[in-house]
Design a protein around this ligand. Structure first.
Ligand code: PLP
Length: 380
């Protein structure tokens, strides 16, 4: 099988599992316990937090472990919006992950916030000047994703953060897809909050983290025992935190070389598909694209039929985001960047991990041609 669905999830890396193992077995204590097992767990958690902070260029007390990207996005949006002393206005984009969009909608419906959607071009990019024009004294928070999970657009986060900072508005970015490929240095980016998720970069599902800059007030979403300095109650996932810290450290040390190698393979794949497959449209930007992501609309097919045909040939990929897979609705991202719903329904997303090989990419490109032609033959 050739796995081209790394944006959906990744396998746990051996080094990550090995680092986690002690905290799932012998040193399984609860970090809140005062006995030695608890102390060892608390030490491991503190070390993991320091390591994640170092990977992000943040301070240790600015990292909150969560159950993943969805929870971190919810905590950023609701936590910052509800703690803000004044203002009831949020700025976001129509191509965010549902965790951001639905949190905005919740704040609108239950807490009287208004939500402004910053427009995106046909490549998914936002314009920092248009962003600046939406900022008002009422604006509580802006949330703009670092890299899009369906079409791979990488936003100019540092420029956006500079505009937000001038208006004294905190900027949150969902960096779930950027992690492992792009710099997550929060000082360089200038963001006030940033979301990451372990299972997209070789740590297990069920662990993530939210960075929140020290001075930004945060209202907890989960109430209980007061763990994570009161920001996120619940017994900490010690092994998960150790796994996330390890995966991030590895990613930080390899990501620049991985990005160069995988970008070249991805471009070869895109060129081959556009040349060989009739009526294929590349979605997303030509430049400013996540290294491992190639997404197309195979017009005159159905995305689901192409996926089935590809799977028969041993290629595993997705029809868009994993969350939307299986739904009949066209992707909100593709509709927002201007595709007709009928075209959006023909979308197929290929996402390569850092260990992808040239042979796999060549084999996959040939399989895509065969699969699309087979489906077109059936449906024509
Ligand atoms: N944000 C983005 C951009 C994603 O791609 C995903 C997962 O696909 C999430 C958030 C949600 O992360 P998790 O699966 O850890 O809840």
């Amino acid at each position: 099988m050739i796995y081209l669905d790394s944006a959906a999830t990744t396998a746990v890396r051996r080094e990550v599992l090995e680092a986690m193992w002690p905290y799932l077995t012998g040193d399984f204590g609860n970090p809140s316990s005062t006995h030695s097992l608890g102390e060892r767990a608390a030490d491991a958690l503190a070390e993991a937090r320091a390591s994640v902070a170092a990977s992000l260029g943040a301070r240790t007390n600015e990292i909150i472990f969560t159950s993943g990207g969805t929870e971190a996005d919810n905590l950023a949006l609701k936590g910052i919006a509800l703690a803000a002393p004044q203002g009831r206005h949020i700025i976001t984009t129509p191509i965010e992950h549902e965790a951001v969009l639905e949190s905005c909608d919740y704040l609108r419906r239950h807490h009287g916030f208004t939500v402004s959607f910053l427009g995106v071009g046909s490549d998914g990019l936002v314009d920092p000047n248009e962003f600046a024009a939406l900022l008002t004294p009422e604006t509580t928070l802006a949330s703009i994703m670092y890299a899009n999970n369906e079409i791979g657009t990488v936003q100019p986060i540092a420029e956006l953060a500079a505009r937000a900072q001038s208006a004294k508005v905190p900027l949150h970015t969902d960096a779930v897809q950027a992690a492992g490929w792009l710099s997550l240095n929060v000082t360089g980016l200038g963001v006030d909050a940033l979301t990451i998720s372990g299972h997209k970069l070789g740590a297990p599902k069920g662990i993530g983290a939210l960075y929140v800059r020290g001075r930004v007030p945060l209202e907890p979403v989960l109430h209980g025992g007061g763990q994570e300095r009161g920001a996120r109650s619940g017994t900490e996932n010690v092994a998960g935190a150790v796994g996330l810290a390890t995966a991030l450290r590895i990613a930080e040390s390899t990501r620049e070389a991985d990005a160069v190698r995988v970008t070249a393979l991805r471009d070869e794949f895109i060129t081959s598909v556009l040349r060989e497959v009739p009526d294929a449209l590349l979605t997303g930007p030509a430049e400013r694209r996540l290294p491992g992501l190639a997404s197309f609309c195979f017009t005159k097919t159905s995305g689901e039929s192409v996926l089935l045909e590809l799977e028969r040939q041993g290629i595993v990929c997705s029809s868009g985001s994993a969350c939307a897979a299986g739904s009949d609705e066209p992707s909100h991202v593709l509709v927002a960047v201007g595709y007709e719903p009928a075209v959006a329904q023909t979308a197929v997303r290929f996402t390569m991990g850092p260990s992808i090989t040239a042979d796999e990419v060549h084999e996959a490109a040939a399989a895509v041609k065969t699969a699309v032609l087979a489906v077109q033959g059936i449906t024509r």
